[in-house]
Design a protein. Structure first.
Length: 143
């Protein structure tokens, strides 16, 4: 009966890979804070909310229509990372995560385009992630 001979470096490599997996899981896959639900009656004019010790403003520029680009903007003093994603309740809308970049005035901006929902629904939720704090606001697109 032949014995299987493994390279001497395989076991330490497997240990390192396993440890890296634990670190990534603990850092990125742990449940975070529950999203803060915000009602913003007029996204084109923007809304303001208190997030910890700072005031955050957000809104859109352009028309809220599917397949028509519009801009999402966020004023979040001292923010390091801002992302926006879009979802519909109980429906997978695919991957649509946008990273907002600061302009010279420090306002985070991104141009986004919403996909068409095959069922004809127009009720969306915008999820803003500001340094790990999530804000959710529902809105309805035009036809």
């Amino acid at each position: 009966m032949a014995t299987l001979k493994l390279p001497h470096w395989l076991f330490p490599t497997l240990v390192i890979v396993l440890m890296a997996g634990v670190v990534v899981t603990n850092r990125y896959l742990q449940p975070g804070q529950a999203p803060l639900s915000i009602t913003c009656a007029d996204l084109p004019n923007g809304c303001t909310v208190r997030l910890d010790d700072r005031e955050v403003a957000f809104g859109i520029q352009g028309e809220l229509k599917v397949l028509a680009p519009f801009e999402v903007w966020v004023k979040a003093p001292e923010a390091k990372a801002v992302q926006a994603s879009f979802a519909m309740k109980d429906m997978d809308m695919g991957f649509n995560l946008y990273t907002l970049r600061p302009d010279p005035q420090g306002i985070f901006r991104a141009h986004v385009t919403l996909p068409v929902c095959v069922t004809g629904r127009r009720d969306w939720v915008m999820i803003l992630d500001i340094d790990g704090h999530k804000l959710m606001t529902p809105f309805v697109t035009q036809m």
